[in-house]
Design a protein around this ligand. Structure first.
Ligand code: AMP
Length: 114
């Protein structure tokens, strides 16, 4: 756990959240400022700031997290599809520096040029 990290504080139960899934390595919460009709965050329990901070063993953790997301998406009613976003750093607009995967869906989405 890292001090001053909002997702570590949520994991520790110090900040309330709407948790829809949890296992030994990850949890999934509703995003507090949804950017789509359905917007959740899949968050590793271990604090990684960025993908570049992960070791090979950590990447195994991340692979298992990605493998869990389809079942969580089904539970969220996203059978028609969804988008995963992992912001990395300032240019991507990352605001919480604890690795997380956005799960977005609930309507058809464009894929605009950025
Ligand atoms: P990013 O910009 O990729 O770092 O995304 C951070 C996300 O965390 C944003 O979509 C925020 O709305 C969301 N967020 C920040 N604080 C909380 C919180 N306490 N509970 C749920 N989501 C949060």
């Amino acid at each position: 756990m890292k001090n001053d990290c909002v997702f570590c504080a949520i994991e520790a139960g110090e900040i309330p959240s709407q948790k829809v899934y949890e296992d030994e390595r990850m949890f999934v919460i509703k995003d507090i400022e949804p950017k789509a009709p359905v917007h959740y965050l899949a968050i590793p329990k271990r604090h990684y700031k960025l993908l570049r901070d992960m070791t090979d063993a950590d990447r195994d953790d991340l692979g298992k997290i990605f493998a869990t997301i389809p079942a969580v998406a089904d539970r969220l009613g996203l059978q028609n599809g969804y988008r995963l976003i992992v912001n990395q750093g300032d240019d991507a607009g990352q605001t919480v520096f604890h690795l997380h995967i956005h799960i977005l869906g609930g309507h058809a989405m464009d894929f605009p040029e950025l």
